[in-house]
Design a binder for this molecule. Structure first.
Ligand code: UGA
Length: 431
């Protein structure tokens, strides 16, 4: 009967039995020999895998370099010239999401007053990229260069900081939309969390460190019931993943302010609307459907209560953004190390007068001179909140923020732009 030892390390079959201690020795040697062979094999496999991986990354970076839409002398020249400041005491601003709704307006306003602006935008297809391209042309006609790329691309962001010593970053690139988070949750993590960290990493090591102003959202108030919403209210009960990622952004930026001395200002935008707006938003898609004679869906809250939003006109938001940049205060760190405390601020930017969704539709009907086919349904559990209402006293005091456009006036301007951009029937016959 073979011993357990022999079973575990069997001798060559058919060989005669040897003395136990000798056998043990030989078994030990064999075992050692086979372990070292295995070890050598393992080493060989690790080396093979490592060389395969480094070859892959060489191929990847090579092809990225070859196919990259950025880099090169000409590109750097365009970036530098776009960042040039044309007023005394002006700033050079990296605007992420520059081909987006708020980003394009803020970029133009900065350029108009003589600041340097470089845009960065991924031009993804969350909504019609041709609208983003049209905004890019508008910016380009005004001397603003928009780099096509992802804020998550650390090499690209690092390169931009190598080429220009940005004094400020206006971070507006994001995955927007409250309800789309149910369809594509990962895009919110990618754009609102991972990209934010990539950007902050670049800002923390930049020398000088820029001051950062970025877009949070009114949605962080979630299930808060204090009205109007104040910056001191609870924001730990988000109702959507979108809101949760924006709230996470507020915490993440706080960390970078605390550890690295970055000057940070977070702006909680309240349902921004206006010319060159976002086609995924209700006022925009309602306009398209009304003109095409298609029904629109109007959500209603519990007990058939109308939903309401503190709709805020784009020009007012732009003033709030510029006010934030102007009062941001300097980052204090250098070489990735904090040298002293830096400002950390959060402001509501709203209109302070909520309007119900059915009233919004009535205003659109008036401006479009066409009745909507209204289809009322109960608000689905998809992240919506019943109402929003901003308390703006802090922004008024610190930024001189004072919204001046009511929904009637703002939607009139939007409709005028919409009709000039898309034509009267949006390319389809109007019934
Ligand atoms: O202020 C904010 O924080 C947010 O404002 C908007 O989110 P939301 O207020 O939901 O804007 P819309 O999607 O335009 O919806 C406005 C209202 O219309 C309602 N709605 C929307 C779509 C629809 O088909 N029917 C409908 O009744 C919504 O329930 C909501 O009450 C933006 O889409 C977010 O990116 C932004 O962060």
């Amino acid at each position: 009967m073979p011993s357990l030892q022999e079973e575990l390390f069997p001798s060559t079959p058919g060989k005669f039995k040897i003395e136990r201690s000798n056998a043990m020795n030989r078994q030990f040697h064999r075992c050692f020999a086979s372990t070292s062979t295995m070890f050598l094999w393992a080493l060989f496999l690790i080396a093979l895998t490592a060389s395969y991986l480094s070859f892959q990354s060489f191929v990847d970076s090579g092809s990225r370099y070859l196919s990259a839409s950025w880099g090169g002398i000409q590109w750097e020249k365009q970036v530098r010239s776009s960042a040039q400041i044309h007023r005394s005491g002006g700033m050079s601003v990296l605007v992420t999401g520059a081909a987006g709704f708020v980003g394009s307006h803020v970029s133009l306003a900065l350029k108009k007053r003589g600041d340097g602006v470089v845009g960065l935008d991924i031009f993804n297809n969350y909504y019609d990229p041709s609208l983003k391209k049209a905004r890019k042309s508008l910016l380009s006609n005004n001397g603003i260069f928009v780099v096509e790329g992802d804020v998550n691309d650390a090499r690209l962001v690092g390169k931009l900081f190598d080429v220009v010593a940005f004094t400020h970053v206006m971070h507006l690139a994001a995955q927007a939309g409250v309800r789309y988070a149910m369809e594509n949750p990962q895009s919110y993590v990618h754009s609102n969390i991972a990209a934010l960290v990539t950007l902050l990493e670049a800002c923390k090591t930049a020398n000088p460190q820029p001051a950062i102003v970025w877009a949070s959202s009114s949605s962080v108030y979630g299930l808060n019931e204090n009205v109007p919403f104040s910056e001191l209210d609870r924001t730990d009960q988000p109702a959507s993943l979108y809101a949760a990622t924006k709230k996470a952004g507020e915490e993440i930026t706080h960390t970078y302010n605390h550890i690295y001395g970055l000057s940070i200002t977070g702006l909680r935008f309240f349902t921004v609307y206006g010319p060159w707006g976002r086609p995924d938003m209700a006022y925009f898609s309602f306009t398209r459907n009304i003109l095409q004679g298609k029904p629109i869906t109007i959500y209603r809250g519990k007990n058939r209560v109308d939903l309401a939003r503190d709709f805020t006109f784009i020009d007012d938001i732009v003033k709030g953004c510029l006010g934030s940049l102007d009062t941001a205060g300097k980052s204090t760190g250098s070489g990735g190390r904090k040298r002293g405390p830096a400002p950390y601020r959060i402001f509501n930017l709203g209109n302070t007068s909520p309007v119900t969704v059915p009233t919004l539709v009535s205003i659109l009907e008036k401006h479009l001179k066409k009745k909507a086919k209204r289809n009322y349904v109960d608000m689905p559990g998809n992240g919506d909140v019943p109402y929003t209402h901003a308390n703006i006293s802090l922004a008024r005091r610190e930024l001189g923020y004072k919204p001046t456009t009511d929904l009637q006036t703002g939607l009139k301007k939007f409709v005028r732009w919409y009709l000039s951009y898309y034509g009267y029937n949006n390319g389809k016959p109007v019934n």
